[in-house]
Design a protein around this ligand. Sequence first.
Ligand SMILES: [Zn+2]
Length: 310
Amino acid sequence: MLIDAHYHLVAEEWYPEGWWQTVTSMYLNGMKALGMEMPLDMIRQTMIPSLWDPEGEALIRDMDANGIDKSVILPMDYWLMYGEPKASLETQLKAYGELQKKHPDRIVAYATVDPRRPDASEVLERAVKEWGLRGLNLYPQTGYFVNEPRSYRVFKKACELELPVTCHVGQLGAAPLRAKYGDPIHLDDIIQDFPELRITAGHMAFGWHEQLFYLAGLKYNLATDVSAWQDVARSNYVKFCQVLRHALDRLGPDRVLFGTDNPFVAALMSTRDYADIIRELPSKAPAGIAFTEDEVNKILGGNALRLLSL
Ligand SMILES: [Zn+2]
């Protein structure tokens, strides 16, 4: 079983141009780090459109090609940071619901809403009751703390609707995204005040993974996913093994989920290759860092099945 618990289905008109500029500059920096050069304009005109997949056809093809059984798709709401996109948030959420309806065994579609929207709780309720969405994704780096009163309203609604929550944490995203809002310590209030909520902290909190692992160690309703660590897995395999081992040691084998953050990092490594790196850990990890088959099976699919009620 292979489940990608962290995928973003994206379309040009769902997000404002400012976001696409941010992704363009992230690609520029990523390519520079790999010793590659491409003008900004060319990245924007060639690489960015290749991410757009409003009907999810490319996603299903990619799942077939890479042996992915299920994908959890996470929408995003950049309302206050970049302004409203051409297509409303409602359009995006409905499209997520439609794709899930078309592929109920393979696609698990989440909702999203910026808690600063005055009608945030109503949007979330509608997304679940009318369009069938099955979880909540939050992206606080756009400018809000998860433990501020407006966010509490949304968490309360998520609890009421019994939704699993994925929260992007860590130091990710170029300007104008602000890393400080992604410090996992702010989740401490949420996991304590909503003990029944199941929260997955995305990206193993890039830059703050140690903090996340210690925080989650004793808070049993907090899990994490390994999305967007492909770069580390490829360029520094020993470090990747050490970090993943640390995650498993602190959180136990039942709360670490496989995820990719694709389509954004698909050019760097295919999902199959990333899953294979994890699959082969029991035989290939460096001396002194041991992984079991049982841990690998749980990461690749077993944990998502259970934690996200798939
Ligand atoms: Zn993400």
